[in-house]
Ligand binder design. Structure first.
Ligand SMILES: Cc1cc2nc3c(=O)[nH]c(=O)nc-3n(C[C@H](O)[C@H](O)[C@H](O)COP(=O)(O)OP(=O)(O)OC[C@H]3O[C@@H](n4cnc5c(N)ncnc54)[C@H](O)[C@@H]3O)c2cc1C
Length: 484
């Protein structure tokens, strides 16, 4: 099927980068669409990472990573207010575990200055005063007050929701298989079902698949080196067990293992770094042993009895060792936003804005004067006082009916997450947006209720409701046939 519209831009990939580009493009008058192969946005690397908004002390000065990280960090505060996303500048401390690390910290302090990032060296005693549970064998630290933690799922979803509120389109379950140059400087993008999208700009934001998508147009100048990172996720067992993100000194292999709180008051230990396949997200006990051993040098007694689950994400590391953000010289109109490895999440607002402005200038797009930077705020029950909460339940009793007991998520919040632009259509989608099913029981108690709510709100048969992508249907039939 050929769509009649000529798009100004087709964005391939609904990760945090594609959704950010769509959001900033929606500040302009034009027709924009994100094509995402999964059943939801943010289902790949953007939902499996350390969730740190790095301050920018680490990337080499002069690189795109340094430029976009520092700018992205600065933009994140205001953006998250507009998008009602939980973001907290808790600060990070990079710890020196030996004498060599103390020298590395001095080098990183100089690098921070060059990148324009606030940083300060701390003595061992100063670190312990800030973090009483730190390993007492550490020798000192580098404190960066502007580092923060964020919910990467909520950021991705809210960027797309805001883009759609302002007129952008999203097509899920849509895998780009072919890109052809046609007449009048247009491209024809084809998906797996033969649907065609004519466009002036093709933006390749396909994450670990960005090399493969580039190959649909031209020979890539880079190779993706998929690098898996495994994590251990702990429950929210104790507030302030760790208050800052605790890093090891970075090495050639990466930033090393960290211990950090998350915005939902859980704790994260990881990641590992293993070069492998683009789609291998398996986890194994040897790697968990490795993570526990490494984390011990940061925090000697992590209570692993509080472990909820393990998970893995794939870094789009690449042979150029920097972000690749440029319009193709050989094929004008084909724009690469490829190999966006860490700190891609932190950089996402700055990358989105840069790419959108570039495309708008090239196509001479006018400002969208009706652009609203804010999404409809969520009802944040956890932050409400008793009176406001009671008033809300009087108005809508569904906010008083708890579906997920572990994470205390009400029916009202789940319905709201379904009935928005870029709303949840799957159990996993509800989980990412509301945390229903994210707690210790991992959905054992609430999944059946979530399935019913999804079917009712989306007016679908219960057998059509999937956990995630098609093929992951949950109900396959009746367990007991009722005979009348
Ligand atoms: C272990 C780990 C830890 C990290 N920690 C941090 C951190 O703490 N802070 C930080 O700033 N960054 C971090 N990062 C990096 C950050 O997560 C990424 O830079 C960011 O998520 C990349 O976003 P993206 O949109 O480019 O990729 P993705 O999120 O992978 O999105 C790409 C999308 O394209 C879709 N797609 C691919 N091919 C096609 C196709 N042919 N058709 C349609 N759709 C397609 C995919 O389904 C996917 O949804 C980490 C990464 C990892 C793996």
């Amino acid at each position: 099927m050929e769509h009649d519209i000529i798009y100004d831009a087709v964005i391939i990939g609904g990760g945090v980068i594609g959704c950010s580009i769509a959001r900033y493009l929606s500040k302009f008058k034009g027709t924009f669409i994100v094509l995402e192969k999964h059943s939801d946005v943010g289902d790949e690397t953007s939902s499996a990472n350390s969730a740190i908004v790095h301050s920018g002390y680490d990337p080499k000065p002069g690189t795109l990573k340094a430029k976009f990280n520092v700018l992205g960090n600065k933009m994140m505060g205001d953006l998250c207010k507009e998008l009602d996303v939980d973001f907290r500048r808790i600060g990070s401390i990079t710890l020196a575990l030996n004498e060599d690390d103390l020298e590395t910290l001095k080098m990183l302090l100089e690098r921070a200055k060059e990148n324009g990032v606030r940083a300060e060296l701390l003595s061992k005693e100063e670190v312990i005063a800030l973090e009483p549970n730190v390993n007492k064998g550490i020798l000192g630290g580098l404190f960066c007050p502007d580092a923060g933690i964020i919910s990467p799922f909520n950021l991705t979803v809210s960027l797309m929701e805001n883009a759609m509120d302002n007129g952008a389109h999203l097509s899920l379950n849509t895998e780009v298989k072919e890109i052809k140059k046609i007449e009048n400087n247009l491209y024809l993008v084809k998906d797996q079902n033969g649907n065609e999208y004519k466009t002036k700009f093709v933006i390749n934001a396909a994450g670990v698949n960005s090399e493969l998508v580039t190959k649909l147009v031209e020979e890539p100048t880079f190779h993706i080196v998929p690098t898996k990172g495994e994590y251990i996720l702990l429950d929210h067992f104790k507030a302030s067990f760790i208050r800052h993100t605790l890093f090891m000194c970075p090495s050639k292999v990466g930033k090393g293992v960290l211990v950090s709180p998350t915005t939902s008051y859980n704790y994260l230990v990881g990641p590992s770094a293993t070069i492998g396949a683009i789609d291998d997200k398996s986890c194994d006990s040897e790697t968990y042993d490795f993570l526990r051993e490494k984390a011990k040098s940061l925090v000697s007694e992590v209570p692993y009895s509080e472990t909820i689950k393990g998970f893995a994400g794939i870094r789009a590391n690449n042979t150029l060792d920097d972000f690749i953000i440029e319009e193709s010289k050989a094929n004008p109109g084909f724009f690469l936003v490829a190999g966006i490895m860490s700190p891609g999440l932190a950089s996402s607002p700055a990358i989105g804005e840069y790419v959108a402005n570039y495309v708008a200038e090239k196509l001479k797009l006018k400002e969208n004067t009706r652009f609203n930077p804010r999404i409809k705020p969520h009802k944040n029950l956890k932050e409400m006082n008793l009176n406001s909460y009671n008033a809300l339940i009087q108005e809508d009793p569904r906010f008083g009916r708890f579906i997920c007991r572990c994470e205390k998520v009400s029916e009202g919040e789940i319905i709201d997450a379904i009935n928005r632009n870029c709303g949840a259509t799957t159990v996993k989608g509800v989980r990412k947006r509301t945390r229903a099913g994210f707690g210790k029981c991992q959905g054992a108690f609430c999944q059946k209720d979530v399935v019913h709510i999804l079917a009712r709100e989306l007016k679908k048969d219960i057998k059509e409701i999937c956990y995630g992508d098609k093929g992951t249907e949950i109900c396959i039939g009746n367990s007991k046939e009722v005979k009348k």
